[in-house]
Write a protein that binds this ligand. Structure first.
Ligand code: NAD
Ligand code: LMR
Length: 325
């Protein structure tokens, strides 16, 4: 129906309307694609999260094995694993508070994220449909690429800010945890817009250009280094774990939890770009206040101009996919 179609358009959604405080004490998180390169370390990190009482792992292969392994770790959450047999997907998502989706095919050298669309859009659609059916109140967060087309709220922008703070600290010789670089827009090539000027860091034009390029193509750096065996998994798992934890804190009533997220956004709607990543205050409803971008340098304004048409194309691709279903 229309509501489902709309949700799947862009893959994922803030679906939850009301989050009761009692639910906060019994928090189930489902990971779909849990046996993969991202899914396994992400599940490991989530097993360490004291706010989670039940970790449900689903994959088309080997999720029960990963779950058995993690279940021996002496943190308090229960871990269960499901395969497609015996309604595994249904059981994995039922009663989940948050559903994280790293299922799908990763890039090989020479591929763009967009080349993954045909395979991954179908996977995300099937998983999001099941989630909508069996866990209509859950929040979903999609990692599967190309996220500009497949998701509506995701942690990939977290990966971009994690990378930026590391790359800037390498250049400046500082501690990366003190470098907070906002990245807005989307998550592929020119749609990734680092707002380095707001950090107060001073770079030469050449340094700034090289740094921006490295942030925009950080994913390619890993794809190339992994030489055909996949793309970023560990830094992505770290980023997804951070985002999930921030969302859990906000759902538990903490104010002022801000993460960059790719969401349905009014910021550039007038230019026909309905989804955009910027700092978002997370809340009991998922997305709270969407922050504007703040002051931009001329260089960043030019990056934004280059990003908007590409983002518009990526979003239209996701929308068309759903309308053709
Ligand atoms: P991977 O191949 O190692 O793991 C993917 C897992 O998904 C596999 O275990 C596979 O069995 C499972 N899977 C496939 N179809 C499924 C289905 N229908 N239901 C459940 N599980 C299914 O890949 P990976 O390295 O973990 O990457 C996964 C996805 O994440 C890729 O699309 C990749 O491009 C994307 N990614 C996104 C970001 C980001 O910033 N958003 C970063 C890194 C990777
Ligand atoms: C990344 O930025 O590392 C991910 O989007 C994976 C990729 O394909 O580069």
């Amino acid at each position: 129906n229309q509501f489902h179609a709309h949700r799947i358009v862009v893959g994922v959604v803030i679906l939850k309307r009301a989050f009761s405080s009692s639910a906060a004490n019994a928090t189930k998180v489902a990971v779909l694609g849990a046996a993969g390169g991202i899914g396994q370390p992400l599940s490991l990190l989530l097993k360490h999260n004291e706010s989670i009482s039940h970790l449900a792992l689903y994959d088309i292969v080997n999720a029960p094995g990963v779950a058995a392994d993690l279940s021996h770790i002496n943190t308090h959450s229960k871990v269960t694993g499901y395969s497609p047999d015996n309604d595994g997907l249904k059981h994995a998502v039922t009663d989940a508070t948050i559903i994280v989706i790293p299922a799908g095919v990763p890039r090989k050298p020479g591929m763009t994220r967009d080349d993954l669309f045909n395979t991954n859009a179908g996977i995300v659609k099937d998983l999001a449909t099941a989630a909508a059916q069996y866990a209509p109140k859950a929040f979903m967060a999609v990692i599967s690429n190309p996220v500009n087309s497949t998701s509506m709220i995701q942690k990939v922008t977290t990966l971009d800010v994690v990378r930026s703070s590391r790359f800037v600290s390498e250049l400046k010789g500082t501690d990366p945890k003190n470098e907070n670089i906002l990245v807005v827009g989307g998550h592929s090539g020119v749609t990734i817009i680092p707002l380095i000027s707001q950090s107060g860091a001073k770079f030469t034009d050449d340094e700034l250009k090289a740094l921006t390029h490295r942030i925009q193509f950080g994913g390619d750096e890993v794809v190339k280094a992994k030489a055909g065996t996949g793309s970023a998994t560990l830094s992505m798992a770290f980023s997804a774990s951070r985002f999930t934890n921030s969302l859990l804190r906000a759902l538990n009533g903490e104010n002022g939890v801000v993460e960059p997220a790719y969401v349905r956004s009014p910021l550039f709607e007038s230019k026909g770009v309905e989804y955009f990543a910027s700092n978002v205050e997370l809340s009991r409803e998922g997305v709270g206040k969407i922050h504007d971008l703040g002051p931009l340098s001329q260089y960043e304004k030019d990056l934004l101009e280059a990003a908007l048409p590409e983002l518009k194309k990526n979003i239209a691709k996701g929308v068309d996919f759903v309308h053709k279903q």
